[in-house]
Design a protein around this ligand. Sequence first.
Ligand code: AMP
Ligand code: ZN
Length: 468
Amino acid sequence: MKVYNTLSKMKEEFVPLVPGKVSMYVCGPTVYNLIHIGNARPMIVFDTVRRYMEHKGYEVNFVSNFTDVDDKIIAKANEEGVTAQEISERYIAECKKDMEAMNVRPATTHPLATQEIPGMIEMISTLIEKGYAYNVDGTVYFRTRRFKEYGKLSHKNLDDLRSGNRSLLVTGEDQKEDPLDFVLWKPKKEGEPYWESPWSDGRPGWHIECSVMAKKYLGDEIDIHAGGEDLIFPHHENEIAQSECCNGKIFARYWLHNGFLNIDNRKMSKSLNNFFTVRDISEKYDLQVLRFFMLSAHYRSPLNFSAELMEASKNALERIRNAVSNLKYVQEAGAAGEMTEAEKAQLAEAMEFEKKFDEAMDDDFNTADAVSAIFELVKYANSNVKSGCTAAFAGAVREEIIKLCDIMGIIAEEKEELLDAEIEKLIEERQAARKAKNFARADEIRNQLLEQGITLLDTREGVKWKRA
Ligand code: AMP
Ligand code: ZN
């Protein structure tokens, strides 16, 4: 599997630190509002990377934070006259709803910056002890020039940065030793949330949060660190400086960055009136359409959002879903028994599309080509799986399409909800099976119901059930 590494600006063979395992950190959103469709891109893209890695057999430890202390959160809290915590809790809950609707799986851990302050104080203390940071009147700065490799991710040269940053010297930041130095800890202002520290009552800078959360939940060295390309500089560059100076080890081996999402070829912004939240889109479309749209392009390319492209994605997704639903119909009407020899040969042909799919994904997660491979399979199914074939053949092709879609987090077949009457009937059948000591059948029914999100409770008054 090859991945493009922003560090080397090359596609590299992916070799994890521990065979069979992947540790991955993705910078999450700052929670002061509903997430916008730009924020949805890294969520969808890196969720797909995670799913594909799992398909390849890796165990993935996926960590993605919520930045829940920030100027924008505080401003919003003041605007509404509520606490910053109320704002961040509200928008974390809303963000999780959007993630679920986009079929983005929850991370293994979603740490919150405000819950990790002791770790941040510890890392800042270590950086001061090692001479990489200094305190001026309660503000702690990182001594950027002390880290000789600064600029290695963004491929920037320190002296160019310095001339570009000269203006900083006249904007009130003259307490810094060098304009390139950045904040690790800052004192509170009136009315702001704060924590006690050896330097001042205050709060951490944004960059230190991610270094600390990655260290705590994944370790000093991690396989993959990811986020949108706007984070390369300064956020990720600063994370590298903090982590590598503190831990004395290479921080992340592969740095992955998604390209930006634009609207009708312009930058999305509130002032241009072309700003959409994920929730706005959900009023018009099933969010699976948004996911499909995002995956129709390579994750590193800029992506243009427009009404026409969303319509095209909607139609494309429908084509896949129609094919799956036709296959189900053919399967239900299909002949029982083993596949014929001719069908076995055809199924082997159909499986070739999975190879194409894997090849595309192995090439730096080329989801655009992977989607094409799914379409080729759909086309193949439409012309080769006809009524009169065996149920086994139609079923195998149908499951193959569902499986490839699922690797991308695309739901090709909605689970049909069981009606209450159907559930009751299955429960009766299970009771009868138990009476007849046919425990295998009874368990089978329990599992079938469980798959549909229905749990059974055996009580003294009889069997009760509830939906998940
Ligand atoms: P933020 O809440 O601004 O820190 O952003 C959270 C994530 O969304 C980061 O990984 C950003 O790089 C990413 N992001 C923000 N805007 C866009 C956009 N227009 N297109 C793609 N990614 C974006
Ligand atoms: Zn981060």
